[in-house]
Design a protein around this ligand. Structure first.
Ligand SMILES: [Zn+2]
Length: 253
C-alpha cells in the first residue's frame, strides 16, 4: 500500500488493489469564508490543490468520507466526482449524499466490504464537552485485507478512549491522524494537538503515524513545523510522517 496527501485531509489510498479517495475537499483557495468564531480569519481553503480539482478523482475506485464538514466534503467534491462511484460514509450522512445525486452509497454502521477490503467504522470525539457534541457525528475507519498492513484513518478526533480502544482492538500498522489543533475562539481544540499525536505514538509505538489536516484551513493553528518540533522533543518523530501536499507516503519506508 501507499498513500498520498492531496491537501488537508484529502488522501489517495492505494490499498488491496483499490484506490480510495478520502475526504475530498476540492474547492479553489478562498472559495469560502472563514469558520465562524474562529481565530486566523482567512478565507478557506488557504492553499490551492497541487493539481486541478477535476483530476483528483481520476483512477479512483471508491470514495470514503469520514464526515461532511466543509473541510472534508465541499461543493466541488459534490460537483466533480463521479456520482456512480461507491461512496462509503457514516450512516448519518447517507441522505445528504443521496440528495447530491450519488447513487452507490455504502453507509457503514459497523463493517462493510469494498471488494476484498474490510472497512470498519470507529468512534471519534470531534472536540470536548458541548463543542464535541455540536461537531458530532464524525467517524474514523479501519481498512484491512490480506497482504496489507492494517490502516486506521482516525478522522476528526482528539485523543480519546475511542481512539485508544481502536488501537488496541485493531493494532493498526499505519495511523492517519487529523491534527492542526483546529479551534474556535473559545474552548479546547477539536482535532489533534501535538500532545494528542504524541499520545497516539506512545500508545502504538510500532505503528507508522501519518499526520495531516494542517496549513489548509483557517482554524487549524498547528503547523507542520510546529508539530515536528514537539514530536522531536517527545522523541517520537521517527515514527511520524508529515507529508506535504501532493507527497506520497511509502509505508514501511
Ligand atoms: Zn476537519
Amino acid at each position: 500500500m501507499r498513500l498520498r496527501l492531496i491537501r488537508h485531509a484529502t488522501l489517495l489510498v492505494e490499498y488491496g488493489g483499490q484506490t480510495l479517495l478520502v475526504d475530498p475537499m476540492l474547492d479553489d483557495p478562498g472559495a469560502r469564508p472563514p469558520i465562524q468564531n474562529s481565530p486566523n480569519p482567512r478565507n478557506n481553503p488557504l492553499v490551492p490543490l497541487p493539481f486541478p480539482a477535476h483530476q483528483v478523482g481520476t483512477g479512483v475506485d471508491a470514495l470514503l468520507v469520514t464526515h461532511t464538514h466543509s473541510d472534508h466534503w465541499d461543493a466541488n467534491a459534490s460537483l466533480l466526482l463521479n456520482k456512480q462511484l461507491p461512496l462509503l460514509c457514516q450512516p448519518d450522512d447517507e441522505s445528504k449524499f443521496r440528495a447530491q445525486g450519488f447513487t452507490d452509497l455504502r453507509p457503514v454502521l459497523d463493517e462493510t466490504r469494498i471488494h476484498d477490503v474490510r472497512v470498519n467504522r470507529t468512534g471519534c470525539q470531534h472536540g470536548k464537552g458541548e463543542i464535541g457534541k455540536r461537531m458530532a457525528p464524525a467517524s474514523g475507519f479501519v481498512l484491512r485485507t490480506r497482504g496489507e498492513p492494517t490502516v486506521y484513518v482516525a478522522g476528526d478526533t482528539i485523543w480519546c478512549h475511542e481512539v485508544r480502544d481502536t488501537l488496541s482492538r485493531y493494532e493498526p500498522a499505519v495511523i492517519v491522524v487529523n491534527t492542526g489543533s483546529a479551534q474556535f475562539l473559545e474552548g479546547d481544540p477539536i482535532t489533534m494537538t501535538a500532545d494528542d499525536v504524541i499520545h497516539t505514538c506512545q500508545a502504538a509505538p510500532r505503528a507508522q503515524v501519518v499526520a495531516v489536516h494542517m496549513e489548509a484551513f483557517n482554524h487549524c493553528l498547528l503547523t507542520r513545523a510546529g508539530l515536528a518540533f514537539q514530536l522531536d522533543a517527545a522523541r517520537v518523530i521517527d515514527q511520524v510522517s508529515i507529508p506535504n501536499d501532493e507527497e506520497w507516503v511509502e509505508v514501511g519506508v
